[in-house]
Design a protein around this ligand. Structure first.
Ligand SMILES: [Zn+2]
Length: 230
């Protein structure tokens, strides 16, 4: 009886081994143990922050422009790089626009509010009559309840210090701004002016994809630091 039981157990074990998906054959024909895929608990999935990235302007709204550049194009490129780096870092990302289209400002805020994201980041480039004006500045609004204003300022500070460290650009500081896209949202929101297209030196940098990728990496590190501190 015992022998039959042992035999049955051995068959059972063999059967289960042959269907064990955690053992995989490599290219070299060697079987290796592969850790089973970790299925995250639903509550853990909800804890991954959702970031809305807003690329400024779009469609007929070129933003600041000349014969050789358009702000809307640089904003979209930068935003796309930010999405790539944030997703690589494990964040969920929604873009208000991912192609060259016009979106009213209120619609951008509505997208973020509807998505119930944790933060919104709007990306722009600056311009000035004075062509020597340069540097990065970040806006947040105080025309909102105090916690959102405080958190927006913290996010702005975190992103600005990361941008300055990684790009070497000049700082124009954190400023209060009453822009629709950061005022009409319900979550911490900032608007980044990544540099002046009217300044020759900064225009050259902002026309370089490698530099825009560096800017995007810096924004991602700043976002990461903000969530670690909050
Ligand atoms: Zn703009």
């Amino acid at each position: 009886m015992m022998k039959i039981f042992t035999f049955a157990l051995a068959i059972l074990l063999l059967g289960s081994c042959s269907t064990n998906k955690s053992v995989a054959k490599t290219d070299a024909g060697v079987y290796k143990y592969r850790a089973p895929e970790q299925k995250s608990a639903p509550h853990k999935k909800e804890m991954v922050p959702l970031v809305v990235i807003d690329a400024g302007h779009g469609g007929f709204d070129l933003g600041t422009h000349s014969n050789t550049y358009e702000e809307k194009v640089i904003c979209l490129k930068t935003a796309t790089y930010v999405r790539k780096h944030l997703e690589k870092a494990g964040y969920h990302v929604i873009m208000t626009r991912s192609r060259d289209e016009y979106l009213p400002l209120k619609k951008r805020a509505e997208i973020a509010n509807h998505a119930k994201c944790q933060i919104l980041i709007s990306i722009h480039c600056n311009s000035a009559k004075n062509t020597s004006a340069k540097g990065i500045e970040i806006f947040y609004t105080q025309k909102t309840e105090s916690t959102r204003a405080k958190k927006s300022k913290q996010l702005a500070q975190s992103v600005l210090s990361s941008l300055l460290a990684q790009t070497g650009a000049d700082s124009r500081g954190i400023k209060e701004g009453n822009f629709c896209v950061i005022r009409e949202t319900k979550m911490p929101s900032i608007l980044i002016e990544t540099g002046f297209l009217t300044n020759e030196e900064e225009r050259k940098k902002l026309s370089n994809d490698f530099y825009l990728d560096t800017v995007a990496k810096a924004i991602t590190s700043g976002v990461d630091q903000y969530f670690k501190n909050s």
